[in-house]
Design a protein around this ligand. Structure first.
Ligand code: NAD
Length: 313
């Protein structure tokens, strides 16, 4: 069968599919894609290519759409579902990479790494000003403890931290397994030295950390968001940092990406990364190979493990 790989993908993934099928790697533009899609039995994309309603309609031979990653905002899933085409993805591919970035942000905030670096590059030697804090013995509050939150918590335990968790969907057994304590959000906000967010962005979690929540936090607390922009209310975060209601923050994700002209960019007590949680070689190889596996399963008439429109299976 013919598989179109329309976005750059790990070579390991392409080789896996090549063993069984005819694979074409070509970063087609939207018009080319519409003209060529009918030749293919499968299409695999990352986030560049939009698998629109028109693409799916024209793709008369399509049997599966693969997304080498998690989010499927670039795929018209309702249209694929209507045509009984499974949309498969790789939900756990970036888990370790995002957990490690989160931990890197926590340690960086604790020890002023970003400030130290820019201070030295400005010719300074500010040992006293850059005194930090240990994470050992401190309380980490995880808001959301699914795949990524749990990996962050496991690393925190290894660093001698106490981990408290607010996640209404987490079982007591799962928390006990990793020595996490389940608490309510109020307790978490009032008691955590570090707060890290790992929920999806939903109507429930949108702006869940806003002015009231910052009011409850310790003024020595650090907050990290490597989940999705919009879970922290950025205006409220700006005010909390400006008024020193908390000690610092680190963000990998933003309400608008890139966060052009955001007043947050003017503050000294916040550190940024440009949504690089999943940007490691390992995560990209994993996302590619997991997705290739799913595509191969569907083409063999087997049930894939990760399908976002399960009703078509
Ligand atoms: P997951 O589904 O495994 O875990 C999410 C957890 O959040 C679940 O345990 C769920 O019970 C919990 N949750 C849901 N609603 C909640 C609420 N209202 N309050 C508290 N907890 C709630 O997801 P994951 O793979 O761990 O991903 C977590 C986040 O990381 C997602 O937002 C995902 O989009 C994001 N992510 C970011 C990057 C990046 O590049 N920075 C990469 C991958 C994933």
């Amino acid at each position: 069968m013919k598989i179109l790989v329309a976005d750059k993908m790990a070579d390991e993934a392409i080789q896996m599919m090549k063993k069984k099928h005819d694979v074409v790697y070509s970063e087609l533009d939207p018009d080319q894609l519409l003209n060529e899609i009918q030749k293919y039995d499968a299409i695999v994309v990352r986030s560049r290519t939009k698998v629109t309603k028109e693409v799916i309609k024209k793709g008369e031979n399509l049997k599966v759409v693969g997304r080498a990653g998690v989010g499927v905002d670039n795929i018209d899933v309702p249209e694929a579902t209507k045509r009984k085409i499974p949309v498969v993805n790789a939900p756990g591919g970036a888990t370790i990479s995002v957990a490690e970035l989160t931990f890197a942000h926590m340690l960086s905030l604790a020890r002023n790494l970003s400030k130290s670096d820019s201070s030295m590059k400005n010719g300074l030697w500010e040992k006293k000003k850059l005194k930090g804090t240990e994470v050992y013995g401190k309380i980490l509050g995880l808001i959301g403890s699914g795949r990524i939150g749990t990996e962050v918590g496991k690393r925190a335990i290894a660093f001698g931290m106490k981990v408290i968790v607010y996640d209404p969907y987490l079982s007591k057994e799962a928390a006990e397994k990793y020595s996490f304590e389940i608490v309510d959000l109020d307790f978490l906000l009032k008691n955590s030295d570090f707060i890290s967010i790992h929920t999806p962005l939903t109507s429930e979690t949108k702006n869940m950390i806003s002015t009231n929540e910052f009011e409850k936090m310790k003024n020595t607390a650090f907050i990290v968001n490597c989940a999705r922009g919009g879970i922290i209310d950025e205006k409220a975060l700006y005010n909390a940092l400006k008024e020193n209601k908390i000690k610092g923050a680190a963000l990998d994700v933003y309400e608008n990406e890139p966060p052009k002209n955001s007043p947050l960019l003017t503050l000294g007590n916040i550190v940024f990364t440009p949504h690089i949680g999943a940007s490691t070689n390992e995560a990209q190889i994993r996302a590619g190979t997991i997705t290739a596996e799913q595509v191969l399963k569907v083409l063999k008439n087997e049930k894939p493990d990760f399908c976002v429109n399960k009703e078509v299976l």
